[in-house]
Design a binder for this molecule. Structure first.
Ligand SMILES: [Zn+2]
Length: 270
């Protein structure tokens, strides 16, 4: 018999739209006969999730800083511009659709700490546990400390000094009954996928940015956002096996078709 899950519902949070060059997601090099091949850009959603659990509300990822154009380093915003973000895309506005306030959130799980996932954590820093893999926080802080501009931005992490961090050391950990964290690496050193067991017994994998796009899953390949190829290949292949089950679902965070397929909060995903 399957272990009991305390999960009741899940909802998806709409954190607006971003744009980026396609080569970040899938290798897109030109051959010699394509020397003048134009570069391709893609628009895609940023989203998070809210899990309603017997033990409280748990969020997955917090979206980008609402003032990204002003507070991100110029290079970061130029590479990954936020092209749509309004009042309705704020994490507190999204939660209000279900009648919730930031203080009602017990914990936030960060799949990783990139700028489109950790940017509104400051709203929760005094009330929620902040759950990230230890390797992820270490990597993010080292990158910032070395002055590297990229997908970790100081404005996200600075307000989180002294917050109630829960740093995960394990490769797999059941955080609460029915909510399991799996360190996949691949995209970042401490990247985690969140496996959530619905009351029906169906399993939902919240993929973070392990796959940004469904094409990466299909091709088992990743573009410039690949950090560790061995880790990527290892977990991608397992996911290919698991996803053959009709009871297994994957939420691929930046899939441009997400809002055609899934409802927004307050309508439940399940
Ligand atoms: Zn992302």
């Amino acid at each position: 018999m399957a272990p009991e899950s305390g999960v009741k519902h899940a909802y998806l949070l709409d954190y607006g739209l971003m744009e980026a060059e396609w080569g970040w997601f899938l290798p897109d090099a030109a051959s010699v006969s394509q020397r003048d091949k134009p570069r391709k850009w893609v628009q895609f959603p940023m989203l998070g999730a809210l899990i309603e659990h017997d033990d409280g509300y748990v969020m997955i990822d917090s979206g980008p800083n609402p003032d990204a154009a002003k507070v991100w380093p110029k290079e970061s915003f130029e590479a990954f511009p936020v092209i749509k973000f309004s009042e309705e895309n704020r994490a507190d506005t999204q939660l209000a659709r279900l009648g919730l306030k930031p203080e009602d959130i017990r914990a936030i799980i960060f799949t990783h700490l990139h700028l489109d996932h950790a940017g509104q954590a400051y709203m929760f820093r005094d009330s929620a546990f902040l759950v990230a893999h230890r390797r992820e926080l270490q990597h993010a802080l080292v990158q910032i400390w070395e002055g590297k501009t990229g997908a970790y931005v100081p404005v996200d992490l600075e307000p989180l000094r002294g917050a109630r961090w829960v740093l995960i050391d394990e490769e797999r950990l059941e955080l609460l009954p029915g909510i399991e964290l799996i360190r996949t690496g691949g995209h970042t050193p401490g990247h985690m996928v969140v496996k959530v067991t619905a009351p029906s017994g169906d399993v939902w994998y919240f993929m973070g940015d392990f796959f940004h796009m469904p094409e990466e899953f299909q091709a088992e390949s990743k573009g410039w956002l690949l950090y560790n190829g061995d880790e990527f290949e290892s977990f991608a292949r397992k996911m290919r096996l698991w996803a053959t089950s009709r009871r297994v679902h994957m939420v691929i965070t930046h899939d441009p078709t997400n809002w055609q397929r899934y409802p927004r909060i307050p309508q439940p995903l399940f």
